[in-house]
Design a protein around this ligand. Structure first.
Ligand SMILES: Cc1cc2nc3c(=O)[nH]c(=O)nc-3n(C[C@H](O)[C@H](O)[C@H](O)COP(=O)(O)O)c2cc1C
Length: 141
């Protein structure tokens, strides 16, 4: 039984698909409950940052399904590594839409939400992605 954590960024295929995010979340929660996956999905400016936690096999299957979803593209895996404990155990899939104000207040995190221009910057600092996601693991229950 090996727990892993996988973090990736991606882009919404078309900004007109923003209204689909509710459906994405609904099916994420449904599947993740069945597969004992926990995590957090952040969205801003047409970009996603998501963490998935669970058994390696379940995370792998879920990520394969996510990668095949045409509603997003340019999926960049930042972290995939074993963890001792879950960081998002209370969330089948938490969700936050980050505001412009929030990204202005925390400029360290902004590159994750305009990552086409900042591909190298975000790959170089994957730990910051986890730090950002963890801001939402407890505060906004
Ligand atoms: C940004 C994004 C995040 C997603 N996260 C998950 C997830 O955590 N778990 C999951 O099962 N599906 C997730 N999905 C949805 C899958 O890609 C897929 O559409 C869904 O699992 C299909 O299930 P359904 O046809 O039963 O609704 C995500 C999709 C997108 C675009």
């Amino acid at each position: 039984m090996a727990l892993i954590q996988l973090i990736y960024v991606s882009s919404l295929s078309d900004i007109k698909l923003e209204h689909e995010i509710g459906k994405v979340l609904e099916s994420s929660i449904r599947h993740n409950k069945e597969n004992a996956i926990t995590g957090m999905l952040l969205y801003a400016n047409g970009n996603f940052l998501q963490v998935l936690e669970g058994e390696a096999e379940a995370v792998g299957e879920t990520f394969t399904r996510i990668c095949a979803d045409p509603r997003h593209y340019d999926i960049i895996r930042l972290i995939s590594e074993p963890i001792a404990d879950r960081h998002f155990s209370q969330w089948s899939m938490g969700y936050q839409h980050l505001s412009e104000n929030y990204l202005r207040e925390f400029p360290n995190y902004a590159p994750f939400f305009k990552f086409h221009a900042n591909d190298e910057a975000i790959r170089a600092k994957p730990g910051i992605a986890l730090e950002l996601l963890r801001q939402f693991s407890i505060d906004n229950r």
